[in-house]
Write a protein that binds this ligand. Structure first.
Ligand code: PBG
Length: 325
């Protein structure tokens, strides 16, 4: 390699146009996925722990989707807040559920947007866990699979472009793939939350989605933050079961995991820049301690640089506006 003074790295840093020409990482609005919270209620309801994020009615969700589409955002990821919860999460797979109806409304107002639906029971169960409980309060893996498969099929029937299981039950990708194929949805891709950690960074989301577990925690099904080899096994396993896109979640504290999973699998990779990551930036910016626009761009660019093809972020709209203008 050339040495100083033959090589002067600063030569290519002199103007913004020059820097842009040699920038190794690109970020486009189309790479971004915006999470949306569809509520059974009318109107818009701000989430106090996530400034700028709202729970929205079906009509308001469709309006929001149309706005995101016009900014060039690639996709939305839908979560539902049902009017009633029970032990089996039965509103999760109801044809007239909030998410199912919202998919139709979005397809009318924003036909080009990719609509992804979150497949998990925690917003729909009265105990707030991601699966069915045994009498002694354990989350039962195998009996949950059938319900997740029903939920995924009901989303596909409603017109979802991609289903995204986030429950972390073993074997759910295979169960969902089989059910989709059997019902004529062999072309509906599965974006699997394959490498999902039991993370404290989900705190604000649980207010947004009203999905906090009523007892215990999720450490019995989500991954331990100390592990990465296990994440590679999870990713390979989901690919064998039929996953089309692999997700790593959270993102910034797990950039090494994103890098390794991408290198190891070569599969399309989504990274979820989660609620706590978003709220930390918002909180510091509100205090005037950081420059929000620059920090959000740098955060999302780092996730992309680590190897993510697409990024799920609550900043999708703001970033798309910044990138577009
Ligand atoms: C549901 C789910 C969670 C998130 C996405 N899907 C919460 C959890 O597992 O407790 C978190 C997203 C975020 O924090 O932004 N299983």
């Amino acid at each position: 390699m050339a040495k100083f003074p033959t090589y002067r790295p600063r030569r290519l840093r002199r103007t913004e146009r020059l820097r842009a020409m040699v920038r190794e990482t690109s970020l486009e609005p189309a790479d971004l996925i915006a999470p949306l919270f569809v509520t059974f209620q009318d109107g818009r309801h701000p989430v106090s722990s996530m400034p700028g994020v709202e729970q929205t009615s079906i009509a308001a969700t469709a309006e929001e989707a149309a706005r995101l589409e016009s900014l060039g955002v690639g996709a939305v990821l839908l979560f539902g807040i049902p009017d009633s919860k029970d032990a089996h999460g039965s509103r999760a797979y109801a044809a007239d559920g909030e998410v199912q109806r919202a998919v139709g409304a979005i397809k009318e107002q924003a036909p080009d947007l990719v609509v992804i639906t979150d497949v998990c029971l925690c917003e729909y169960t009265d105990h707030g866990h991601c699966g069915l409980l045994t009498p002694d309060g354990e989350v039962h893996n195998d009996s949950t699979l059938e319900l997740l498969a029903r939920m995924a099929v009901s989303h596909a029937e409603a017109g979802a472009d991609i289903v995204a299981p986030s429950d972390m039950m073993d074997g759910r990708v295979a169960a969902i793939r089989q059910a989709l194929d059997a019902q004529g949805f062999s072309h509906t891709p599965i974006m699997s939350y394959a490498v999902k950690y039991a993370s404290a960074f989900y705190g604000p989301f649980r207010e947004a989605a009203e999905s906090a577990p009523q007892f215990g925690d999720r450490k019995g099904y989500q991954m331990d933050p100390g592990n990465v080899e296990e994440g590679l096994r999870e990713a390979r396993m989901d690919i064998e079961e039929g996953a089309d896109i692999i997700m790593v979640k959270p993102a910034l504290p797990y950039l090494d995991v994103i890098y390794r999973v991408k290198q190891d699998t070569g599969y399309p990779l989504a990274a979820y820049h989660v609620s706590g990551e978003y709220s930390m930036i918002k909180a510091a910016a509100e205090r005037g301690w950081i420059d929000e626009e620059r920090v959000m761009l740098e955060a999302v660019q780092s996730i992309r640089r680590a190897g993510a093809d697409m990024i799920i972020t609550y900043y999708a709209g703001e970033l798309a506006r910044q990138l577009g203008g």
